[in-house]
Design a protein around this ligand. Structure first.
Ligand code: PLP
Length: 393
């Protein structure tokens, strides 16, 4: 069978691949420590689960409007007002099956063949693949640890062409944990306004910010910038609800309508029960969000201090999300591996520690470690990594 050309360029998600391999080893009885996870290790808060159960029992098990229940749109509008002071209307909101699906709809609705999307690297693995699936061309901008992995307007100037349609900003970032400050964003927004480049602001880690850092959405700069921006967010990371699959976009009504049309012929609405759960998540008490944030912060501060003592490892301290993204090129070279991906494969094989190689994130000298796992497990993993490095050098 001849498959479609569009799938031939797609690489499978490296994060899901490593998680699957670790799962296989665990099923064979090995004591595997997985640091590949991109999801909170906490359960969804009880009151959200109760709201979902109540909705099912009340018979809310039918199709809903494609772009989401009016009550959920209102809860999202209220959240955006509460957190950033934004005013959005229901026609400017679409709810989808997770932020990943909403981004997929966005690229399908936005891109013509050959349209370019600027993606600062390191980037979340799905951005370039989704752009390619929509016929677009991902254009990445390399960044370094020294610049805290942040791009500037000068970088944009070099990367932009007449085909540039959009820029993706992900702050706090997966995988680096870096956060753009207001002053970083002003020149970027000016550039995008001047060249009519849509700003895609992926704010999924908005609630996971540590050690006194703060979140600022680029759309807060002015009404004009807000008009030029589409915000992507959802309940997966903030409310430990990855499996419920609820994410949303807020932006230009014409674009949201086009995304809704694509969804109406592909997925229809997100699961009705999950939408009721998300209404509770946004309208209910937010204490559990803060409790989870505090737990992540404590873990970060403990494991970071130890990580940077490992030979050949350097890492900027993340400010948000729940990942560490160290450069381990020197450790990999000292261990005699051809590249970091080979180092990662041997680590899983010999020490049964699963981390994600940086290549899929556009940063082949790095690895990603998720601290969405217990401190005890993470520290155990660091012991094994240290043993691995010492054994090979
Ligand atoms: N954006 C980023 C940067 C992510 O890391 C993820 C999940 O890992 C998503 C979007 C998608 O989240 P979801 O589809 O669970 O809402």
């Amino acid at each position: 069978m001849q498959l479609a050309e569009r799938v031939s360029t797609i690489t499978p998600s490296s994060t899901l691949a490593i998680t699957a391999k670790a799962g296989e080893l665990a099923a064979q009885g090995f004591d595997v420590i997985g640091l590949g996870a991109g999801q909170p290790d906490f359960n969804t808060p009880d009151f959200i689960i109760e709201a979902a159960l109540k909705a099912v029992k009340a018979g809310h098990t039918k199709y809903t409007p494609t772009a989401g229940l009016p009550e959920l749109k209102q809860a999202i509008i209220a959240k955006l007002k509460r957190d950033q002071g934004f005013d959005y209307t229901p026609s400017e909101i679409i709810v989808g099956n997770g932020a990943k699906h909403v981004l997929y709809l966005l690229f399908q609705a936005l891109l013509n063949p050959g349209d370019e999307v600027i993606i600062p690297a390191p980037y979340w693995v799905s951005y370039p693949e989704q752009v390619k699936l929509a016929g677009g061309v991902p254009v990445s901008i390399a960044t370094t640890q020294e610049q805290q992995f942040k791009i500037t307007a000068a970088d944009l100037e070099k990367a932009a062409t007449s085909r540039t349609k959009a820029l993706i900003l992900n702050s706090p970032s997966n995988p680096t944990g870096m956060i753009y400050k207001k002053e970083d964003l002003v020149p970027i927004a000016d550039f995008c306004l001047k060249h009519d480049i849509l700003i895609i602001s992926d704010e999924i880690y908005e609630k996971l910010i540590y050690n006194g850092h703060s979140f600022f959405s680029i759309a807060q700069l002015s009404d004009e910038v807000k008009e030029q921006t589409i915000i992507i967010n959802g309940v997966s990371k903030s409310h430990a609800m990855t499996g419920w699959r609820i994410g949303y976009a807020a932006g230009n009504a014409r674009l949201i309508q086009a995304m809704t049309n694509v969804a109406s012929h592909s997925t229809s609405n997100p699961a009705s029960v999950s939408q009721y759960a998300a209404i509770a998540a946004y309208n209910g008490p937010q204490e559990s969000v803060e409790e989870m944030r505090e737990a992540f912060e404590k873990r970060l501060n403990t494991v970071y201090t130890r990580l940077v003592t490992l030979p050949g490892v350097s890492c900027v301290k993340p400010q948000g999300a729940f990942y560490l993204f160290p450069n381990i090129q020197r450790a990999s070279d000292a261990c005699g591996f051809s590249d970091v991906s080979a180092w990662v494969a041997a680590l899983l094989d010999e020490e049964k520690v699963a981390v994600v190689p940086g290549a899929g994130f556009g940063a082949p000298e790095h690895i990603r470690l998720s601290y969405a796992t217990s401190l005890e497990k993470f520290e155990g993993a660091l012991d094994r990594i240290e043993h691995f490095i010492k054994k090979h050098t």
